[in-house]
Design a protein around this ligand. Structure first.
Ligand code: C5P
Length: 399
């Protein structure tokens, strides 16, 4: 979705300027045309040569550089931009933008552009907390600039505090979200569940399954990138929180049920990619169960069938992990749970299903259409799922 987009990356004089190299690299790898503008203070921290190499494009550092194709008509970059991102943004650039200054190429470009502008502040805590900086940020926000971060953590001053550049994934997530806010899921609320629930036996042990959560997280990112508001209800996983997504953490099937019921009241679609435990221990011991030579028998009971129970006027999509009779079993679940369609996958193959980055799925809908897809990355499976969801949803109103 970033291909054919022109992104202006403004870099200002903060120690976090080195992180802009990773942003430039990731955006370029994702297919965007990245034009970097650096202030003269930024050049003290990192060389323009780095960005020239990473983006393959000339880097603008001066307003009156006669060798640059952009500097003569100083608003040409501003016109070409689909989005302007300033990361890191110092207190100084924030103040200049809030006051409408145009005394360097970055300020000129921001003033001249009609594209959305993302600002990722990075500075010392006291500078960030200062009411002057806060006022300036409020001014920019009131004018529809998108502020990402800052985060809390270790600062160049040697202290811990608020002022670190936001996580790069958060910055990239905001860029994707803004660029695709007119995507085919724009204005829709999509609820996604992910991961394997954990059903406690005692304070230290639980019963769970091999789900990694990768499919659910890929779905959340795909829906976000197509413009949806996404609620991701997740059982424990080792995957970092996706940017621009509301994450609700749960452990058990019962907690997941509660969360699904809470957030689906206004949902347009529910996609249950979570591997919800079908059984849980009938009771949870208050103390750690001691080892006994006689062994241990745990009595299990059924968990609530969330998809089967949850009611509402939204599209319902289930996943079916099957080790035999894939289509037959999936069709049965589709009917039993009253789904719009089900995504079935054969978990006996090593390149598909639990834990891996790829999946080979068959999508079966309530009309009986069976679509067997080849092996593909989970993100691509997610796109195919949302192609189907988008077909079923009323078309978004043009804005
Ligand atoms: O476990 P099963 O194969 O029946 O799961 C099929 C679908 O039902 C999945 O989408 C899963 O998330 C959902 N499910 C559920 N509540 C359960 C068990 C499964 O919503 N207790």
């Amino acid at each position: 979705m970033l291909s054919n987009k022109t992104i202006i990356l403004g870099i200002t004089g903060s120690i976090a300027a080195y992180k802009a190299a990773e942003i430039a690299s990731q955006l370029t790898q994702a297919g965007a045309k990245v034009n970097v503008i650096m202030t003269k203070e930024a050049i003290e921290f990192i060389s323009p040569v780095t960005f020239r190499a990473l983006t393959g494009n000339p880097v603008v550092t001066e307003m009156f550089d006669l060798a640059s194709e952009f500097s003569i008509e100083h608003v040409s970059l501003a016109k070409s931009a689909d989005i302007v991102v300033i990361a890191p943004a110092t207190a100084n650039i924030i103040a200049k933008l809030a006051a409408g200054f145009a005394d360097d190429m970055l300020c000129c470009t921001v003033l001249a552009t009609r594209a959305p502008v993302v600002i990722a502040p990075a500075m010392e805590t006291n500078m960030y907390d200062n009411p002057i900086t806060q006022d300036n940020l409020s001014k920019l926000e009131a004018r529809n600039f998108v502020i990402v971060g800052p985060a809390t953590g270790w600062l160049a001053s040697g202290k811990e505090g608020l002022g670190r550049l936001a996580d790069i994934n958060d910055i990239l997530g905001s860029i994707r979200h803004i660029l695709d806010r007119d995507g085919d899921l724009a204005g829709k609320h999509i609820v996604i569940t992910a991961g394997g629930t954990q059903e406690p036996i005692d304070p230290v042990r639980y019963i769970s399954n091999r789900s990694s959560g990768k499919m659910g997280y890929a779905l959340a990112e795909a829906a976000r990138d197509r413009g949806a508001r996404v609620s991701l209800i997740t059982a424990p996983t080792s995957i970092p929180k996706p940017a621009g997504v509301d994450v609700i953490k749960v452990n058990t099937a019962q907690e997941m049920r509660q969360a699904v019921e809470n957030v689906t009241s206004q949902a347009d679609a529910l996609i249950m990619a979570a591997a919800v435990a079908d059984y849980r221990p009938k009771s949870t011991a208050n103390e750690k169960i001691k080892r006994r030579d006689a062994g241990l028998t745990i009595e299990m009971e059924c968990t609530p069938d969330i998809l089967g129970i949850v009611k509402g006027n939204f599209i319902k999509v289930g996943f079916a992990a099957e080790s035999s009779k894939l289509v037959e079993n999936a069709k049965e679940k589709l009917k039993q749970k009253g789904l719009d369609f089900i995504v079935a996958n054969d978990i006996t193959a090593s390149d598909s299903g639990f834990g891996v980055d790829t999946n080979r799925v068959t999508i079966i809908d309530r009309e009986g259409r069976i679509d067997s897809l080849p092996l593909m990355p989970k993100r691509d499976v997610a796109e195919r799922v949302f192609d189907r969801v988008a077909e079923l949803l009323p078309k978004p109103k043009s804005r």
